[in-house]
Design a protein around this ligand. Sequence first.
Ligand code: CP
Ligand code: NVA
Length: 307
Amino acid sequence: MTKPRHYLQFKDFTRDDYRHVFDRTRWIKDKFKRYEPYHPLFDRTLVMIFEKASTRTRLSFEAGMQQLGGSAIYLNTRDSQLGRGEPVEDAAQVISRMSDVVMIRTFEQDIIERFAAHSRVPVINGLTNEYHPCQILADIYTFIEHRGSIQGKTVAWVGDSNNMCNTWLQAAELLDFNVHVSTPPGYEVEPERAGLYGTGHFEQFADPMEACKGADLVTTDVWTSMGFEAENDERMKDFADWCVDAEMMAAARADAVFMHCLPAHRGEEVTADVIDGPQSVVWDEAENRLHVQKALMEYLVLGKVED
Ligand code: CP
Ligand code: NVA
């Protein structure tokens, strides 16, 4: 049996893979907008395993698989044997014998790596503590739709050096753009945890205003990610000056866009006038989860499909 291809972190794909997936995304999205059915995954099954909460990820994978002609099954820790200590390796053996592709949202990256090592079918990372590659896939596609190629552009990341930040940094290395990162002291990027080859594609700034200067895209995320709730009170104080506001947007390029993976907390990591303002593309960004993930599933299950 040939080993399946997985999507566990952004650098699992090459630049060529991304070119293909973005081309397919455009084609699949256009077709969907014309109400033309497209069922390349007829009779295929996606299993979605959630160990953390979700709105967008569940919705976009479930709707996406259905729109491609297949079906999706939702499992969570609470009402499956996963929450009762069944080894992840055993779960992978069983689940992958009954499905064609698996999406997992969990805690440590190690869990998804172990699952994938024992899976007969492709495994997709739907968010771990370390990475959120499907979201960055949607973010970059959204940038391309609004502004063209991201190569050589500058992304300002304001806030926590979390799973989103790490994935932006991997994407910058792969697709050749720059990230200006500003985190509060003590929350700086850890290149090894981010899975980076080097430090050539990002720069750290103590002052978030400095990070936003000249940026083509300004983005942020919650101060407290899922799994880190115990640190919430401390983080509220530490991140108080890392709120993306109109002044930061004004420091960016005049045509800069604002992104947030959502869910957002207005008045914490972003002001309402920015996220609800004219530079914000957050709703397109959320919608594009659907389209990019349909292209991703098509690619992982069927390989390079050309129209
Ligand atoms: N952005 C994102 O992954 O949203 P959910 O947590 O709602 O899936
Ligand atoms: N960094 C956030 C993203 C939520 C989609 C978290 O991990 O909770």
